[in-house]
Write a protein that binds this ligand. Structure first.
Ligand code: PNS
Length: 171
């Protein structure tokens, strides 16, 4: 049984991620979508929220498993008998970062390979950060994420606005 993992922060998952996931799921017996902590990022959604959002949009794919974990990706792969890591490449600007991660993972575990899938052209501009940026200013994100995710992003933004401390008018 050939297993692969598509790891990422998915904060939130976008149509570009889903494009890669659906294509990769057709190439392997089982595809894990691994939600990980990227220490360089400050997430909008909690890990539990991201898991439930992704499970919801991928519910109809029987060979896709949504998982979350802490620690090194290669350690998780080894424990689960996963030998392939999938990453998407949108443009040449992704390449340096992706190559460095792939080589780092390979130094740590030479039994695990990274395969890059070229993002479909219509999603080459898209990232989770772009989705968050548009929504932060009340823009339309309907072309960037599925309907259910769009709803969750709007709910999150509204709850953030409600939680914002009110500024006292008198000094
Ligand atoms: O979607 P992202 O934020 O580009 O994904 C990056 C991610 C989460 C795949 C990467 O940060 C990662 O693999 N983190 C887990 C820790 C790890 O294994 N680090 C070693 C590779 S640098």
């Amino acid at each position: 049984m050939k297993k692969a993992i598509y790891p990422g922060s998915f904060d939130p998952i976008t149509n570009g991620h889903l494009d890669i996931i659906k294509r990769a799921a057709g190439m392997f017996d089982e595809l894990y979508v691994g939600i990980l902590i990227n220490s360089a990022k400050n997430p909008l959604f909690s890990m539990e929220e991201r898991v439930s959002m992704i499970e919801e949009v991928l519910a109809e794919y029987p060979n896709i498993k949504v998982v979350s974990f802490d620690g090194l990706l290669v350690d998780y792969c080894k424990a689960q008998n996963i030998s392939v890591i999938i990453r998407g490449l949108r443009a040449v600007t992704d390449f340096d970062y992706e190559l460095q991660i792939a080589q780092t993972n390979r130094v740590m575990d030479p039994n695990i390979d990274t395969i890059f899938l070229a993002t479909s052209l219509e999603y080459s501009y898209l990232s989770s950060s772009i989705v968050k940026e548009i929504s932060a200013y009340g823009g339309d994100i309907s072309k960037t994420v599925p309907k259910t995710i769009e709803k969750r992003v709007h709910q999150k933004r509204s709850s953030q606005i409600l939680q914002r401390p009110t500024v006292s008018e008198t000094p």
